[in-house]
Every structure is written in structure tokens, then in C-alpha cells.
Design a binder for this molecule. Sequence first.
Ligand code: NAP
Length: 546
Amino acid sequence: MPSTKKENQVTTLDAVVIGAGFSGLYMLYRLREAGLSTRAYEAAGGVGGVWYWNHYPGARCDSESIYYNYTFSEELYKEWSWTSRYPEQPEILRYLNFVADKFDLRKDIQFQTRIKSAHYDESSNRWMIRTEDGESISATYFITGVGCISTANIPNMKGLDNFKGDWYHTGHWPHEKVDFTGKRVGIIGTGSSGVQAIPVIAKEAAHLTVFQRTPQYTVPARNHPYTKEYIQQAKENFHEIKKTIRASLAGLPTPPSDRSALEDSPEVRQQVFEEAWKEGGPAILFSYADLLANEDANETVSAFIRSKIHEIVEDPETAEKLSPTYYYGTKRAIIDTDYFETYNRPNVSLVDVKKAPIQEITAQGIRTTDAEYDLDVIVFATGYDGMTGSLFKMDIRGKDDVSLKDKWENGSAVSTYLGIATAGFPNMFMITGPESPSVLGNMPVAIEQHVEWVMDCIQYLRKHDMAAIEANADAEQAWSKHCRELADMTLYTKTESWYTGANIEGKARGFQIYVGGYGPYRDRCTEVAAKGYEGFSFITAANTVV
Ligand code: NAP
């Protein structure tokens, strides 16, 4: 129930941060450390962001643990010890809680509070932010750390309300255990979430039916426990690791190959792919330089993975159904534990819903155009409204009362400067916003770079007594054009995926991610700052634009 007390209350702060995941926690830490009065608002009941909600069976990160963490604090890095190569969701959540405790962040986070709107007032150069329960906050800086893939896509399927069993979306998983024992379970979706959940649910359920629309390439993760020595070595190499991943293309230390896949003979290539397959993880994606740029080069790795699917899956017809035809890596490259092996289990069946689409959810289960499947539980592993979904959930309005959603024409005309700011929205900063490299790498590295850049920028404003900073429209247009041109040089734009907005009914298509790599992107951002925030304008305390 909205409280009257909150409705009448206006809190005044220097900065408001939205979200308490990797982005929000670090942003809050830095702002507070700089002496700004700051509060983070978080819809969930605890810290963690996507790692709070993605509690589904098998949820794990596919960046290696020792790199998938903050590197801003050597002390923090040395105090925390990961247990395995790829961290599972509960461990990541424990880590983020550890960070929140260590830096005493919780006292400045308001949980279970969803932000409804944020409106910029030009006369005062302040943001008025309103929560869903009626509280108002006036702040100089409005910073979103809402995540790139945090707004669930639950397809609008006829009849869902009639289903008599239970249903869940992987991105909103209950924190108490969901027991699949003895149950007939159906899962829709075979992206990163589905590929992780399927092998785990299959071990528990009486029967698992996988409803697959597009088959996926996935390669073995080869997860394993870390030894104490390995962890110790990482801690000793903290400075080297930090330097390397921050300068790298994808926030990981392994440099991608500089060779074309077409330079090697088929025999040598086969050996390179076999070694990468044995090593597991993202190695295969980095094995040649042009896998994401050249169709023929891509076909070499795509064909290799298809051959592995046919080796692993015993039933040739199922193997064929599981074999993808799109360009490997142009949907998010997935790593798995026993994904294809799971289809050899007698209690798992695969339904091709491209061939026979889902018609409706019935009281008993799922009906496709050619059969009906009786189910006790349905799991939606159907992904997210990426990049803009969580920003659009809030009514964000900049100068002249223009809404962000309208400015970006509901997603079809997204334009930002560096993926951090957008013209007409002074003092609004987006951590890993659209047109930043964000999801094309190891996220915490991208997040730290953004937070540090934003913090430096705010310090600059304060030092020079500026009320606000705003991206210039021409700099923004040039950046957006640059992003599109880079993306068009790759194969990413040739595949329908959540990267292109194609997964959301009615969403405009466009590749809204900077593909040039973390390192080059960092250099560009640093250069912009060094040139006195080139491409931005400042609004003075006397409200003149300079
Ligand atoms: P996703 O990659 O978008 O996959 C969604 C799946 O649902 C796809 O197989 C899609 O088929 C299917 N689908 C969607 N709507 C459908 C419909 N109406 N009928 C039938 N099938 C439908 O979503 P995700 O797996 O949740 O992953 C999203 C992103 O989150 C990943 O790309 C990754 O960046 C991140 N993530 C990372 C990890 C990790 O680190 N390991 C784990 C989970 C998620 P189509 O392909 O045909 O659209």
C-alpha cells in the first residue's frame, strides 16, 4: 500500500543510482567515497541485479571466475576466493553480498523500491525521480545501472492463464527450491539460459520436453574446481590480470588469434578446433580472427560444431534437429555442461516449434500445430527485452519533457554518445547503455570502466563548477553511425537474435552494441575526457550553455 508519508516526502541527494547489481554497487561505492550524498534504488529484496533473479537450475556465468569480478580493489580481490572455473549463480550472489558488506553499501540502498519516473527540470538542472510507492527524490545526477538483459520476455502465448500447472521464467526464478521430482516439465527456449537449465532439470524431472525454435551452437565449458594454488597465483598476479583484462577486446586475458581460419589447411584447422574444444569455454570463438567477420571462415567453425553434435547425440534425427545453420557466434556463443548429451537420456524429448509452432497453452500443457503435450510445469527460457527494455520501463524525460522512449522512437532510433549519455538528457549517465560494448565481453570489466569514467566526469563538473553536462547531438549522431558501420562489417547483423531486437514482437531491429572491443572503446572514452569532454556541452551554475 502506498504510504502517505512517502507521498509527501522529497528527499534531496547529489546522486541517484538505479539498481544494486554489479553496476549499481560500484557506482554507489565511488560516489559515496567522493563525498556525494547518494542512494541506490533496487526493485529486488537484495543486492545482485540479474544474479539475484537468475536463480534457475544450472545458472552459471560463462566468464572465468577469476576475471568475473571487480578489480578496483586489490584487497577485495585478495579476500575473495572462487571455487570453480565458471562461477554458479549462488556463488556470484554470495560474492556481491560480500562486496556490499565489506563496503557497508546496504545502508545506502533502498530495496524493494521500483523507480517509476525520472524527469529533468531545466530551471534547476535537477532530476526529479519518483518511486512506485510515491516517494520523490531530487538529485543532480541520475545514473542507471539497470542491466542490459534484465527485462524478461514472456511471449504472449494464448491460454497461459488457463494452465493448471506452475510456470516460471528463468529470469524471475523463485528463491525457494522448485522441485521437479516426478514432474512432466516443458521448457521453451534454448539460449544461454535454456542450455544451462535443460541438463539439470532433466536429471530431476520424470520427463523433460524441450520446445526448440532455433537450434544452438554450444561448446563444452569444461568446468572444474579451482585448486588453492591456482587461486593463490591469480591473487599474486592481481595487477597483471587487471591491466590485461582492462586493455583486452573482451575483458578476458586470452588474446584472440590474428590468423584467418582460411589461412590454415583443413587438417590444421581441425586440430586447432579440436584443441579449443578440449580446452572448453570461449577458446573456440577466439581460435581465429575472422570467425565473426567472414562467412567462409565462420562456416569452418560452424561445421566443426555441427559434426560434434552428430558425434555426441545418438539418435541421428535428433542430432539433425539440434544442428544450427546460422553463423556461429552471431547469437551469443554458449558454453555448456552436458547439453547435447542430455538428449541421449530416455526422459528427454525434443520438439521443433519452428516446424510445428506452439498454438496455445492449454489447461494441461502445450499444444503445437501437430500435437499436444501434457505438462505439470512450464519453464520459459525465452530471454529478455535487451538493451532498452529496462530503461523503457521507467518514464525518463529530459529537456522539453521529451521522453527517452519517444526520442529513441520506441527503440528504432536509439542514439547515444559513447553508450553513456544521450542528447537532451543532461546529467543522466547509463552504465553499459546501448552502443557501448557491454554484453560483448566480460561485463564487470565494462562496468568498472563506465563507473570510473562517470565518476571522473562528475568530479570534473564539480571542480569546474558546472551544473550539468549534456551530449551534443552531432557527436551522438557520429557515434551511432560509427557503431552501425562497425556492426555492418561483422556477421552479427546477418542473424536474428536479441542483439538485433528480433526476439521481441514489434520491437524495431537494430544492432545497438559497439563491436570494436573493450580496449579500443576505453581508449576513445579516455580521449574524450582528456580533450575536456569533447562532444559534450556544459551548463554553468548560472544556467548558460558553454
Ligand atoms: P535468449 O538467448 O534470447 O534465448 C531465448 C530462447 O527462447 C531462444 O531459443 C528463442 O528462440 C526462444 N524463444 C523466445 N521466444 C520464443 C517463442 N515465442 N517460442 C519459442 N521459442 C522462443 O535468452 P537467454 O537464454 O535467457 O539468454 C539471454 C542472454 O542473457 C544471453 O545471450 C546472455 O547474454 C545472458 N545469459 C548469460 C548466461 C551466462 O553467462 N551463462 C546465462 C543466461 C543468460 P529463437 O532463438 O528462435 O529466438
